[in-house]
Design a protein around this ligand. Sequence first.
Ligand code: ADP
Ligand code: MG
Length: 290
Amino acid sequence: MTPPGAPRVRSAQNARPARERPLVERAARRPQGTDRRRPPAIVVEKVSKTYELGQIKVRALREVSLQITRGDFVAIMGSSGSGKSTLMNILGCLDLPTGGRYLIDGTDVRDMDEDDLSDLRNRKIGFVFQSFNLVARTSALANVELPLAYAGVDRRVRRERAQQALSAVGMAKRLHHQPSELSGGQQQRVAVARALVTNPTMILADEPTGNLDSHSTEDVLRIFTRLNEESRTVVLITHEPDVAEQAKRVVHLSDGQVTEDRRSVGVHEPPPALRHLKTAHRPPRSEAQP
Ligand code: ADP
Ligand code: MG
């Protein structure tokens, strides 16, 4: 036995000749997400979620099992009340399952404490919601800087990265506009920039186009498609079939269970080209025109 701390000495017999960089090169050439040593980004095993409202129990998810590989673009579809938001909250570590297991990048969320979870949410996941959730009376720039401020990033760097993220969603000319001075589509683009600014590997979006007209819906879908082309994992929750068609794989939820799981495009193939939406999306009454 080697005493602790002593250098390990290999006998000449066991010594292997040094390789000339092959391992590194092979790993580098392999497309993202196919690395056999890395677990899938998301592993959901028989996950259940029951809400208890006094005497009443609502079984929002019933033993849902699902794996999502890095770089995939998955739409989760289902009618209202089917459990989509409940699933998204679990995937985003905003809530814990009441049964089953959820592993993110191979780690069981039950083994993480609140600090680990918030750190993970901050670094790995970008969230986008139907209602934008921007801070009112605060500029687009300051809204996008917010996650970086939480992460303790230096003010100057923060500003620079927020500007880049806003440029990436076509909002470079609206840096100092407040949410009330932007249309719904523009507010959602600011929200997408805020989700992107921390450079997350995964985007989780819950009905991100639910409040948008057709034109803005296409803008937002185009951004998600590009994020996926940059090999980010995208999980897009929607009840609209033509929005779901932009994904590589569509998972149907009904009454808290997966009823269908259909892939149209391979994980490492480019996402489907953006099609014109078949159904008209009417702008909500509250949406101000730019
Ligand atoms: P979806 O997003 O597909 O519309 P949800 O995940 O929001 O569905 O809801 C699934 C079911 O769980 C619904 O019956 C809903 O009423 C119930 N539910 C959701 N959130 C809660 C909660 N916080 N407390 C109690 N019941 C809830
Ligand atoms: Mg919902």
